[in-house]
Design a protein around this ligand. Structure first.
Ligand code: SF4
Length: 187
């Protein structure tokens, strides 16, 4: 009869305060997503009247700080969300693209208003007919100008995207191929 071998280890006890109500298992994706979605730093690229509506949103009445995004970043390298608001002339398009390219991954884009999304009423030779011709856009907010409540709705949609994004997405071939269609190369 074979001898029963007893395992040579002790199972550690859970330290007090680290189990019970208030604790639950989650994934790294979800934990990082939760932190990211509630601390988005926007870069406002405002060129005209939609920018004024954005300023209203930053005031105490609508209170952007409720979403952890009151810290505007005028440096692309410290921004997570590019908010393009207003008419983008074709001469300005390379600047918008350069700002986007200078942002570190992961980065998101919100297009606010008819002009940024489609050129709006300015169907002319000099106006870009939508920023999605030069950079990928995550959320469009319609209107001319959109009300601050609409912009907040757009921000909540961005938060949903940020919170649910896989940590692997930015390294996927699909994402790199999508950027390549805009002529943007990532290492
Ligand atoms: S969408 Fe309307 S409010 Fe916004 S920048 Fe264009 S013209 Fe101005």
């Amino acid at each position: 009869m074979s001898e029963i071998i007893k395992p040579n280890y002790n199972i550690a006890q859970v330290p007090p305060g680290h189990d019970g109500p208030g604790f639950f298992a989650t994934s790294l994706d979800k934990a990082v997503g939760l932190a990211r979605k509630n601390s988005i730093w926007p870069l406002p690229f405002a060129t005209s009247c939609c920018g004024i509506e954005f300023m209203a949103m930053m005031g105490s009445h609508y209170d952007f700080a409720r979403f952890g995004s009151e810290r505007l970043s005028f440096s692309p390298r410290q921004a997570d969300l590019l908010m393009v608001m207003g008419t983008i002339a074709k001469k300005m398009a390379p600047v918008v693209k350069q700002v986007y390219e200078q942002m570190a991954e992961p980065r998101w884009v919100l297009s606010m208003g008819a002009c940024a999304s489609s050129g709006g009423i300015f169907d002319t030779y000099s106006v870009l007919q939508g920023i999605d011709r030069i950079i990928p856009v995550d959320v469009y907010v319609p209107g001319c100008p959109p009300r601050p409540e609409q912009v907040i709705d757009g921000i909540l949609k961005i938060q949903d995207l940020v919170g649910n994004e896989s940590l692997r997405r930015r390294n996927s071939p699909e994402y790199k191929d999508m950027l390549a269609t805009y002529g943007i190369k990532v290492d």
